[in-house]
Design a protein. Structure first.
Ligand code: NAP
Ligand code: MG
Length: 471
């Protein structure tokens, strides 16, 4: 059994004051493989103290110094890429190609932010004012388990680029990834206290970060429920808060699209990251008069989408991260059946031929209405809904009829029409005929998908406050 017994405070690996042991599971087998000793409130306070002490000097470092740090952090994470990939497979169950991408992404975000920082002007003249963007202070960075290493590195890159110092509270379910990333980042040799990594529970360490007066900024990725809680908790000290929350992203397939290419893209958008993705395209909107054709193509395409061991190169959908998540997804499949949706592919229980692990059958419901629970709530598993529309006005109305607004997809051969629709969809990102990511463009949600943006200069600015000096 692997034991993870250390957290990282003030440039040192220390044994947490907290003594709770948390079991780590391999979701592919449902067997425990180790334990992590969790930090508590006292550890969180020490980490905040260290970050506060490091802030005055770090906030006055030059752009060139911070670019150098970001490059060193990039190189450090690159050096553990293989180990990190293996940890992602073992602890999270991401299919190998996805895990490789995730580990590389965790390193790349440092380089991408170094480039943003290079191009960013911290000072500008406005009338008689000299306006300077100044780092906010100590940032609390809270990450989920569905891309833990990537979120740690992405949030840290932006915070440090801005000149903030940080306390990171990663998901305890991702402690193995966190320990590898921490070891690597220590090798980058930044000044002590500039970043601190404290694995512990949300209700303890997370609660300290979202209430402590010395935390100026919280950047959180996770569920909408916890996001709202953090916003309320931070109100007392008026924290600046960035929230990256859930989604229920529509995939608009227009009548003019080539359905032979559109359907595979739609399923890829829905099943990405084993369905455990805030940006997953979970509501597939199709023209009513083409439903039979769509259903036939979905059945054909879904037959090629294998759920199974992440190490198998043919696997497209890995296990759910935890038993709790597996049960949650099963509950939603049950809702779909009870509320009268037509089960097209998949269904309850383990996929055929699999006897252990938290695997779900890649599932697609058809003839779903946008009022059904499976169309309204974020499932966070490989369960998709096909919803029909009569005309494009109705498609647009259904796309926007959701409390969320993180991402939307449009599949069409009519580019001008796609741009017209994109302008009318309430979502932070609209992807037209692509599943690509653009790290220099802002990312984040409209409505209850969040507040604020990450990535690029928008992500950097989220850690800055303007100051006008008039003379
Ligand atoms: P979560 O409960 O929102 O947790 C996300 C992070 O917040 C974890 O590190 C968590 O710590 C921490 N946290 C929990 N309660 C907190 C509190 N009161 N104060 C401060 N921090 C707190 O998400 P989850 O349990 O990992 O996943 C549940 C659902 O969230 C998923 O099913 C999915 O719908 C959604 N989700 C969305 C995204 C996204 O990218 N938008 C990512 C992951 C999950 P603990 O681990 O100790 O609870
Ligand atoms: Mg939770």
């Amino acid at each position: 059994m692997q034991q993870i017994n250390q957290i990282y405070i003030n440039g040192q690996f220390v044994t947490p004051h907290g003594d709770e042991l948390f079991d780590l599971f391999n979701p592919t087998t449902a067997e425990p493989f180790g334990q992590v000793r969790l930090a508590d409130e006292q550890d969180a306070l020490e980490a905040i103290r260290a970050a506060k002490q490091a802030f005055p000097e770090f906030s006055h470092t030059t752009k060139a110094t911070r670019i150098d740090y970001l490059k060193r952090m990039h190189a450090a994470v690159v050096s553990v890429e293989t180990e990190l990939t293996e940890a992602i497979i073992k602890e999270y169950g991401a299919p190998t190609t996805r895990a490789v991408w995730m580990a590389r992404h965790a390193a790349n975000v440092f380089l991408e932010m170094a480039q943003v920082l290079q191009d960013y002007e911290f000072t500008q003249s406005i009338g008689i004012a000299e306006v300077t963007l100044q780092p906010l202070g100590v940032a609390g960075l809270i990450t989920p388990w569905n891309s833990n290493a990537g979120f740690i590195c992405g949030k840290l890159a932006a915070a440090l680029a801005a000149g903030c110092t940080a306390v990171i509270k990663p998901s305890e379910m991702s402690a193995l990834q966190t320990s590898i990333v921490t070891r690597a980042l220590h090798q980058a040799g930044l000044p002590a206290g500039v970043f601190n990594i404290v694995t512990g529970r949300g209700e303890t360490v997370g609660a300290v970060l979202s209430t402590h007066p010395d935390i100026a900024k919280v950047s959180f990725t996770g569920s909408t429920a916890v996001g709202k809680h953090i916003l309320r908790a931070g109100a007392e000290t008026l924290k600046r808060i960035t929230l990256e929350l859930g989604g229920k992203s529509p995939v608009l397939i227009l009548d003019d699209a080539d359905f032979n290419t559109a359907i595979p893209i739609a399923l890829q958008a829905g099943f990405m990251n084993s369905g455990q993705a805030c940006i997953a395209g979970t509501r597939i909107l199709v023209p009513e008069h083409r439903l039979a054709e769509v259903e036939a193509l979905v059945i054909k395409e879904a037959a090629t989408i294998r759920a199974g061991a992440p190490q198998d190169p043919n696997t497209r959908v890995g296990p759910m991260v935890s038993l709790k998540q597996w049960q949650r997804v099963q509950r939603y499949i049950q809702f779909g059946l009870e509320e009268g949706a037509h089960l097209l592919v998949g269904g309850p229980g383990l996929p055929d031929g699999i006897e252990a692990g938290w695997f779900v059958k890649p599932t697609v419901f058809s003839r779903v209405t946008n009022q059904m629970t499976i169309a309204r709530e974020e499932i966070f598993g490989p369960v998709l809904s096909i919803i029909t529309y009569k005309d494009e006005a109705e498609a647009l109305a259904i796309a926007n009829d959701t409390p969320y607004g993180l991402q939307a997809y449009i599949l069409t051969s009519n580019a001008p029409k796609a741009h017209m629709l994109a302008a009318r969809i309430d979502a932070g990102r609209v992807l037209i005929n692509t599943l690509a990511h653009e790290p220099r463009a802002p990312f984040g949600g409209f409505k209850q998908s969040g507040i604020g943006r990450e990535y690029g200069s928008f992500g950097l600015q989220a850690f800055l406050e303007p100051k006008s000096v008039l003379a």
